[in-house]
Design a protein around this ligand. Structure first.
Ligand code: PMP
Length: 280
């Protein structure tokens, strides 16, 4: 497993960063996580677009897209994994600790690459159970920042209660997303997912699923819905680069639909896998 540190590639254990990196002290950084299927990076262009938007959202000086892309592809080729997960983190830079920052700081770019182990097959086959939690995150969840403490605590709460994941709910009971995934419900053959607002991450897998729906004439509605609609959905699933399409069959102790993985969830899981293996 390899790391990239501002232009150099080395074993992960050898890569270290200065303690005054603003990512370490302020969470002042953005990230991406990209997966490969059968030796090809999946939706690299969309990930680079989102990385640029995240950096812009925090007023980082731009880094040429071609440079970031070349670094990612170089690391991927050097590692030579068919199924790889690449973590890319860009922080504002290194400076004596101060809330205010010098706009001319040089961003620090680090990456790691590891072989991905597929999630246990029974999760996709049988689905997972989840809990809902109040969304206590900040107001710019559309920026993929490295500040994941609320996500991390929510995930851990779910695990400690014997469930696989947590779903963020607004103060008005609007269903937002998972701790590291977007959320879709199916009702009467139609899909609904939270619209793109500052309160959710614009997931690349979410985008791929919406594309598949349009290609296959499935109705997809990007609109707000509450926990009531969540509990009474026919099917619920989470989407993400790691999660792919994950069926959720029980939430807060209530069965979703008949408690089994539904047909549209299965169809979209197969559709996503096909798209990924075709190198879309
Ligand atoms: N929402 C959140 C909060 C996430 O952390 C992630 C995964 N990074 C997603 C959604 C899914 O995004 P993607 O499909 O791009 O992996």
């Amino acid at each position: 497993d390899l790391a990239y540190l501002n232009g150099d590639i080395m074993p992960i254990e050898k890569a270290t960063v200065p303690i005054e990196d603003r990512g370490y002290q302020f969470g002042d950084g953005v990230y991406e996580y990209i997966a490969s299927y059968a030796g090809r990076l999946f939706m690299l262009g969309a990930h680079l677009d989102r990385l640029e938007r995240s950096m812009g959202g925090l007023d980082f000086p731009p880094i040429p897209r071609s440079r970031i892309k070349a670094a990612i592809v170089d690391l991927f080729e050097r590692a030579g994994y068919d199924r790889a997960g690449i973590y890319i983190q860009i922080t504002r830079g290194v400076a004596p600790r101060n809330h205010a920052f010098d706009p001319t700081l040089s961003p620090q770019v680090v990456m790691t690459i590891r072989q991905i182990n597929a999630l246990p097959e029974n999760l996709h086959r049988d689905g997972i159970t989840a809990i809902t939690v109040r969304d206590i995150r900040w107001g710019r969840c559309d920026i993929k920042t490295i500040q994941l403490l609320a996500n991390s605590l929510a995930k851990q709460k779910a695990l400690s209660e014997g469930h696989s994941d947590a779903i963020f709910i607004s103060d008005q009971n609007v269903v937002r997303e998972g701790t590291s995934s977007n959320l879709f419900i199916v009702k009467g053959g139609q899909l609904i997912t939270h619209p793109l607002t500052p309160n959710i991450l614009p997931g690349i897998t979410r985008m791929a699923i919406i594309d598949i729906c349009r290609e296959t004439d499935l109705k997809i509605d990007e609109s707000f819905f509450t926990t009531d609609a969540l509990y009474h959905a026919d099917e619920v699933f989470l989407t993400g680069t790691v999660t792919e399409v994950m069926p959720v069959t029980q939430i807060d102790g209530r069965c979703i639909g008949d408690g089994n993985v539904g047909p549209l969830t299965r169809k979209l899981y197969d559709g996503l896998r096909q798209k990924a293996l075709a190198g879309a």
